[in-house]
Design a protein around this ligand. Sequence first.
Ligand code: PNS
Length: 168
Amino acid sequence: MKKVIGAVYPGSFDPITNGHIYIAERAAGLFDELTVSILTNPQKQSTFSVEERKTMAREALCHLPNVKVDSFAGLLVDFLRRQKSRIIVRGLRALSDFEYEFQLAQMNRQLAPEIETLFIVTDARYSYLSSHAVKDIFNFGGPVQDMVPPGVFRRLRERFPRFDGEKV
Ligand code: PNS
């Protein structure tokens, strides 16, 4: 029987951007199953609730049949163990991401030596893109249509109604 290789792509996804979707697409091509898992962190203020973030991610990734969207609380490595997965996927944009990602990967290795972190380099189109930047640009009336999937754009407009269609 063929062994199914599953990986987990964790993050805040607040909200999911086209950069995240790109990484999920690349990872979905490498593994049999990919779980996009959204951190539930009551200590961290988020723009969208976990349920909203899950809905937006599911909508944006529904073209990838081997991808599912879930959430987790607590340690990431514990979530992987529950999933019986040994691979963490993270996207890398620029050198500036590296220090933080290296720290996360080292910490996770210390906690669970059997788990591997794999990095997928983003496409040049998304090297500047982050959820934070999208929210900032949107807040100040800038155009974000090309940075996020349509469902996220619609919810941003619902959440921040002061900017209408003329401005964004
Ligand atoms: O999208 P983000 O915010 O950069 O994702 C960070 C995330 C969710 C991957 C990271 O904060 C995480 O795994 N948190 C869960 C807690 C944990 O396992 N901490 C130990 C490693 S420092």
